[in-house]
Design a protein around this ligand. Structure first.
Ligand SMILES: Nc1ncnc2c1ncn2[C@@H]1O[C@H](COP(=O)(O)OP(=O)(O)O)[C@@H](O)[C@H]1O
Ligand SMILES: Cc1cn([C@H]2C[C@H](O)[C@@H](COP(=O)(O)OP(=O)(O)O)O2)c(=O)[nH]c1=O
Length: 192
């Protein structure tokens, strides 16, 4: 089961991934937690570039897809082969939300670049929808202002697919949302 957590910066993705990882450990489900910008050193370097250089949306798109392809080969493919559950912090829908929605790169351009790389499709996307809990003035994306984030949120809405997306209102607080996520995943554990 390949699960991706999506949502704006500071909405609680890392916290909920940690919670779900603990839950899977309790249930005896083999799993791995990963993200393109956080797992491998090369990804951390790319994140540094993204956060500290004034890149155009297209430049970001190329960089992100390069690391996406590499991370997929190095982390996703072996985990899938080993039949592990994957909990991933952001994936392709972040690119739709940030580079298409936020930075307003046309759909066709995002689609064309995305088509060039071969990556697995998530079984489930967990969309965390609510306010950011991060000190907003901290980084470049936050400085881009609330209109940027409104467009990011709108793009997530456009991408929402009721077939394999679940949405949670994080403004209800961490604990109730984590409980809802666990309840929904429990069904899937017993199905698999
Ligand atoms: N529901 C919540 N209420 C209050 N603070 C929260 C909540 N969820 C997360 N946080 C805090 O907000 C910050 C950002 O959360 P994090 O999980 O890192 O978000 P993301 O991975 O989406 O950027 C962390 O300091 C975290 O402890
Ligand atoms: C994966 C991805 C992230 N990003 C952005 C979202 C974040 O602002 C930034 C860093 O990602 P990340 O480290 O996941 O941020 P956070 O923990 O704050 O949610 O990169 C894109 O613009 N496009 C993408 O495809």
């Amino acid at each position: 089961m390949f699960i991706v957590f999506e949502g704006i910066d500071g909405v609680g993705k890392s916290s909920h991934i940690r919670g779900v990882a603990n839950f899977l450990a309790e249930m005896g489900v083999q799993h791995t937690c990963t993200s393109e910008f956080g797992n491998l050193q090369i990804g951390k370097n790319i994140r540094y570039i993204l956060m500290n250089y004034d890149l155009t949306g297209r430049e970001e798109l190329f960089l992100i897809n390069a690391i996406r392809s590499y991370h997929s080969r190095e982390v996703l493919a072996p985990s899938i082969k080993a039949d592990q559950w994957i909990l991933m912090d952001r994936f392709i829908d972040s690119t739709w939300a940030y580079q298409h929605g936020g930075k307003q790169i046309p759909k066709e351009v995002v689609q064309e670049i995305t088509n060039l790389i071969d990556v697995p499709k998530p079984d489930l996307v967990v969309l965390l929808d609510g306010d950011s809990h991060r000190n907003i003035a901290r980084d470049k994306f936050d400085n881009a202002g609330s209109e940027f984030f409104d467009r990011v949120k709108e793009s997530y809405e456009e991408r929402f697919d009721s077939r394999n997306w679940l949405r949670y209102n994080t403004n209800l607080g961490y604990k109730p949302v984590q409980e809802m996520i666990r309840k929904d995943l429990r069904k899937r554990i017993f199905q698999s």
